[in-house]
Ligand binder design. Structure first.
Ligand code: GDP
Length: 286
C-alpha cells in the first residue's frame, strides 16, 4: 500500500504539472495508469497467492482407468472421499469456481478420474485429481469393486502423486472404506507423500465437537495433516489453499513448471512422459 500511495502521489504531481491548473483530471486516466504501473512481483499475502493459483484450475482430462491417464511430470494432488463427503463442494470452493467439480452430480454414479491443471500464465505447475466418491449404497457391487481397484491402482502407483486430501464428514467419521484407503496409502505417506485428512461440513459441529473430531483426525492422519473445513462458513479455506500451494511448490517456486503458450489447448500442453492420452471426448462427467 505504501508503495502505491507514493507512486500515486508522484503520478498525481506529474499529472498536475502537465495539466493546466484549473482543468480537472479526466476520471479514466488514474485507474488505467494505476493498472499499468502495478508491479507484477508486488508482495501478496500467502493466502492470496494460493487462492489465485487455485483459481486457475481448468479441466485437463478424464479417464475411466489409470492406464488411460497421461503420465505427467508435475506434482499431482488427489481428492478422495466417500460419496457425499463434500468433495465437489470443497474443490469448487478452493478453486472459486461453481461448476468445476460438479457438486450437484448424483452421488456414487459411475465416474471417471478427472484431472484439472493448475498454474498461471499458461504454466501448468500442478494437477488436481478428483477421484470418484465411493461407498454409495445404491451402486452395484461389481461397480464398487471395480472402482476400488481403479482407486487403489491410482493411489499406489501414480508416479507423480504428490499429495492426497482425504475428505471425511466428521459426523460419520472414517468409514471402513476410508480406513482401507488410509492403510493403502500409509506406506507412501511414510515415504514422504503428503497427506491431509480434511473434516468437511465443520459448520455442523459445535466448537467442542469440532475440537474433539480434530484431535482424533490428527491421530488418524499419522504423519499427515488434519484440518477442519466448511464451505458454508468459509472455514479453513485459506489454510487448505496454502497447504496445497506449499505441496506443489516445496521450494517456494513453481515445481516442475513448464512454459506453454496461452492457447485454448494450453492445459493439455504439459509434460507427458508417455504417449497414452485419455480420451477427452468423454467430456464432463454427468
Ligand atoms: P461429494 O459427493 O463428496 O462430491 O459431495 P458434495 O460436494 O456434492 O456435497 C454433498 C452434500 O453436502 C451437498 O448437499 C452439499 O451441499 C453439502 N455440503 C458440502 N459442503 C458442505 C459444508 O461445508 N457445509 C454443509 N452444511 N454442507 C455441505
Amino acid at each position: 500500500m505504501g508503495i502505491w500511495r507514493g507512486q500515486n502521489s508522484v503520478h498525481s504531481t506529474m499529472q498536475a504539472a502537465a495539466t493546466p491548473p484549473m482543468e480537472p483530471m479526466p476520471p479514466k486516466i488514474r485507474p488505467a495508469a494505476a493498472k499499468i504501473a502495478r508491479p507484477a512481483t508486488m508482495a501478496q499475502q500467502p493466502a492470496q497467492v494460493a487462492a489465485s493459483w487455485l483459481h486457475t484450475a481448468r479441466f485437463l482430462t478424464t479417464a475411466p482407468e489409470l492406464h488411460f491417464l497421461p503420465a505427467l511430470d508435475v506434482p499431482e494432488i488427489a481428492f478422495v472421499g466417500r460419496s457425499n463427503a463434500g468433495k465437489s463442494t470443497c474443490i469448487n470452493t478452493l478453486t472459486q469456481q461453481k461448476q468445476l467439480a460438479f457438486a450437484s452430480r448424483k452421488p456414487g454414479r459411475t465416474q471417471h478420474i478427472n484431472l484439472f491443471s493448475l498454474g498461471k500464465h499458461g504454466v501448468t505447475d500442478a494437477v488436481l485429481t478428483d477421484l470418484p466418491g465411493y461407498g454409495y449404497a445404491a451402486v452395484p457391487r461389481q461397480d464398487k469393486i471395480r472402482w476400488q481397484q481403479v482407486m487403489a491402482n491410482y493411489l499406489v502407483t501414480r508416479e507423480n502423486l504428490h499429495g492426497i486430501v482425504l475428505l471425511c464428514d466428521p459426523r460419520l467419521g472414517l468409514t471402513e472404506l476410508d480406513e482401507i484407503l488410509l492403510e493403502m496409502v500409509r506406506p507412501r505417506v511414510e515415504q514422504g507423500l503428503e497427506f491431509l485428512l480434511l473434516l468437511t461440513k465443520a459448520d455442523k459441529l459445535t466448537r467442542v465437537e469440532a475440537n474433539k473430531a480434530l484431535s482424533i483426525a490428527r491421530l488418524q492422519a499419522g504423519g499427515g495433516h488434519a484440518m477442519l473445513f466448511s464451505a458454508t462458513k468459509r472455514q479453513g479455506i485459506d489454510d487448505v489453499s496454502q497447504l496445497l500451494w506449499q505441496w506443489a511448490h516445496p521450494a517456494g517456486g513453481p515445481a516442475g513448471a513448464t512454459s506453454t503458450p496461452e492457447t485454448e489447448d494450453d492445459a493439455l500442453a504439459i509434460p507427458v512422459a508417455r504417449t497414452e492420452q485419455a480420451d477427452a471426448d468423454d467430456g464432463e462427467p454427468a
